[in-house]
Design a protein around this ligand. Structure first.
Ligand code: 5RP
Length: 242
């Protein structure tokens, strides 16, 4: 018997993103301090939080991980505070480009990896929102984003290329795209080979000029994942949410 898997339409994928984004709000409680991630999936979480504040009187404060998320949250009337004022956050809700069976992540498809990592490292928990295309056995089919300083960035790229020959600077037209921090992004095609993400992260962070690496290792506590059959929450048994 042959089984044909039909590709998901864009609208189906968008619906899954919305379902995951909204379902994650079940973890939100009155008075929480929440890290607000970046991307097209967590956008639905932020929209839902705004709705609940308006319609249900929910009271929360947020710390945004990008200027795009700041603008969205502000437009919805979500009060924002700097991390230094918020202290330790109750939870961060964010998207991911890939997650593996150990809940290690590739992030940075939206270029916000450095701020995202700063915020998640100041939080008691991390919840990822994703559709099931993001679930992988081994990280790396999605090109690994690395934020680098613009200063002599080609030299930094050469050093990164010693272990990842496929590293290219992310461009918008002819010019490199500039992150919220004034950095550039290198996208590195490892292929699905990143079996030891912690070692790779350390190795890359050792290169001068590398600001941050889009590997989030040992920090994700659960994934709210939407698939065509429904939404499931995958909980990291070694994580902080159990
Ligand atoms: C931004 C990110 C995003 O969370 C990641 O790229 C997933 O985005 P999307 O939900 O749009 O697929 O890491 O830096």
């Amino acid at each position: 018997m042959s089984i044909f898997l039909l590709p998901l339409h864009v609208s189906d994928v968008e619906a899954l993103k919305q379902q995951a984004g909204i379902a994650a709000c079940d973890f939100v409680r009155e008075g929480m301090k929440i890290g607000l991630g970046t991307g097209s999936t967590v956008r639905y979480t932020v929209l839902e939080l705004g709705r609940r504040m308006q319609e249900e009187g929910l009271s929360i404060v947020g710390v945004p991980t990008s200027e795009a998320t700041r603008e969205l949250a502000e437009s919805l009337g979500i009060p924002l505070v700097p991390l230094v004022e918020a202290g330790v956050l109750d939870i961060v809700i964010d998207g991911a480009d890939e997650f593996d069976p150990d809940y290690n992540l590739i992030k940075g498809g939206g270029g916000a990896l450095t701020r995202e990592k700063i915020v998640v490292q100041s939080s008691r928990g991390m919840l990822v929102v994703a559709d099931d295309r993001k679930q992988v056995d081994v990280l790396g089919a999605f090109d690994l984003p690395i934020e680098v300083l613009p200063f002599e960035w080609q030299r930094t790229a050469d050093r990164v290329a010693e272990i990842c020959p496929g590293a290219v600077v992310r461009r918008g037209g002819d010019e490199p795209i500039i992150t919220d921090n004034g950095g550039y992004i290198l996208d590195c095609s490892f292929g699905p080979t990143i079996a030891n993400p912690r070692e790779l992260e350390k190795f890359l962070l050792d290169i001068a000029g590398v600001v941050q690496v889009g590997l989030f290792v040992g920090i994700c506590d659960a994934v709210v994942m939407a698939a065509s059959g429904g939404v499931v929450t995958l909980v990291n048994q070694g994580g902080r949410l159990i």
